[in-house]
Design a protein around this ligand. Structure first.
Ligand SMILES: [Zn+2]
Length: 303
């Protein structure tokens, strides 16, 4: 329903009001307190890792550090697993580093806050597939799409162990929405012709090989979600399509898609020092995350 206004708070259920508070607190912790976090701000990168590990632990989940070396410094992907009854694995992931010069509230404080909120909600549940909640280091340049990118290190580890990952969901920059006309742009006119020009939806973006997994997820999202959504499987050479951790899983042959507000194609503070917690729309961000919860529930119960 493009153009529909979300009346503030009124549309949030009691559970969603709790979720909203968790999301706002975790974005504030990452971007407001810890701030810029990357290899140049190594102690902040590690503070973010400690916070994520501690959050998993408070949810009752044991996490594992998938550690690798980068120029003599240890970097950590953090993984919390909910073991299912089948060998199949679903990975839910988000990068926790921020780009140089930015506190990364939307990119990617929102993805990490969503990851932690979802992990809390599935902790202790019985699922058929194994669910893995993973926070990745070093997604941003200069490591983006290189051997040092945390998600590529992680996905290759999965491949080497022959992990049966049937799909990966990349949570990337998902907290900014606008009802203004022409608030949404696209990497090319050819792509834009098929999608709305108002930036009020959440996007599902995958490569052509991930079509089946993406369509299943978007069908589940639309059954319950109270927010407009748009899905696209596009050739991975189109700018933006591979701009997050889903790319790393594609390199290893796994289906994966990104959930995003489309970042540079909508958000005026993308990769800027002004990407701060006050810029985000927490009501609509909450509706996105409660929608993803339904998607994972659906997949976990074989729908
Ligand atoms: Zn990002």
């Amino acid at each position: 329903m493009p153009g529909r206004n979300i009346s503030k708070a009124a549309e949030l259920s009691a559970e969603e009001i709790v979720l909203r508070a968790e999301l706002a607190a975790d974005v504030q912790k990452l971007a407001g307190e810890i701030g810029e976090r990357n290899m140049r701000r190594y102690s902040q990168l590690n503070a973010a890792a400690d916070f994520i590990e501690d959050s998993f632990s408070r949810a009752g989940l044991r996490s594992r550090r998938d550690t690798y070396d980068l120029d003599g410094l240890a970097c950590h992907n953090l993984e919390a697993e909910i073991r299912g009854s089948r060998p199949e694995i679903i990975v839910i992931g988000a990068h926790y580093d921020s780009v140089l010069g930015s506190p990364g509230a939307n990119d990617n404080g929102t993805g990490v806050a969503a990851l932690l909120a979802l992990a809390r909600r599935f902790a202790g549940k019985v699922t058929a597939p194994t669910l893995r909640f993973v926070a990745f280091a070093n997604e941003e340049p200069p490591y983006f799409q290189t051997e040092q990118m945390g998600s590529l290190v992680y996905a290759r580890g999965c491949k080497a162990r022959s992990d049966q990952i049937s799909g990966m969901i990349s949570l990337e920059t998902m907290g900014y929405f606008s009802d203004a006309p022409r608030s949404q742009t696209y990497p090319s006119i050819g792509v834009g012709a098929f999608y709305p020009s108002t930036g009020n939806f959440i996007g599902f973006v995958g490569n052509l090989r991930s079509r089946g997994f993406l369509h299943r997820a978007i069908r589940l999202f639309r059954q319950e979600a109270k927010l407009p959504s748009e899905g696209g499987t596009l050739p991975s050479f189109i700018p933006g399509v591979g701009w997050s951790d889903q790319w790393a899983f594609w390199q290893c042959g796994y289906p994966a898609f990104m959930m995003t507000d489309t970042a540079p194609f909508r958000y005026p503070h993308y990769h800027e020092a002004t990407d701060t917690p006050d810029k985000l729309d927490y009501d609509r961000f909450t509706l996105v995350v409660s929608g993803v919860e339904k998607v994972i529930e659906g997949i976990a119960s074989g729908r």
